[in-house]
Unconditional design. Structure first.
Length: 156
């Protein structure tokens, strides 16, 4: 009897080890992110434009003058939140090279001028993707409100 229980247990262990782990699908994640962003926009009655990259943006204040380019050094005030409203960062003044921030910012910030404010709805692939960062879980859609205080368009 013990031998049968041992064999049955061994068989169960072997069978369970053969199960495939869930495979991450970037396409499925992109669909899920897009649906979550659309639901958020609808719930809060926000009108936003979808960039070809998948970033949604809503220009709160357009600002004036030129637009920052991809290599600009930018000065911003911003707040970052998750879709559930959890705030993960806020800065009254910060300075970055646009080329060194998350892809969602690189694609979204050039939609406003100096003095402008924009809301960015960043799919996970254009944020931190599969990597949990601080209090931001992996595969999180990010919501930023960013005021572009100034910039210098750098040249290569």
């Amino acid at each position: 009897m013990k031998r049968y229980l041992l064999l049955l247990s061994l068989f169960a262990v072997i069978l369970s080890s053969c199960q495939k782990a869930a495979v991450f699908s970037p396409a499925d994640q992109a669909i899920s992110d897009d649906q979550a962003i659309q639901a958020y926009l609808k719930a809060y009655s926000i009108t936003a434009t979808k960039d070809p990259s998948g970033v949604y943006y809503s220009i709160v204040t357009p600002g004036t003058g030129a637009y920052p380019n991809a290599t600009a050094n930018i000065s911003v005030a911003y707040t970052g939140k998750l879709l559930d409203g959890t705030q993960f960062d806020t800065q009254p003044s910060a300075y970055f090279q646009l080329a060194n921030v998350i892809k969602g910012w690189q694609l979204g910030i050039p939609h406003i001028n100096k003095g402008g404010t924009i809301m960015l709805f960043v799919p996970s692939a254009l944020g931190y993707g599969l990597t949990a960062t601080g209090s931001i879980p992996a595969n999180s859609v990010l919501v930023f409100t960013i005021s572009l205080q100034g910039f210098n368009n750098a040249t290569n």
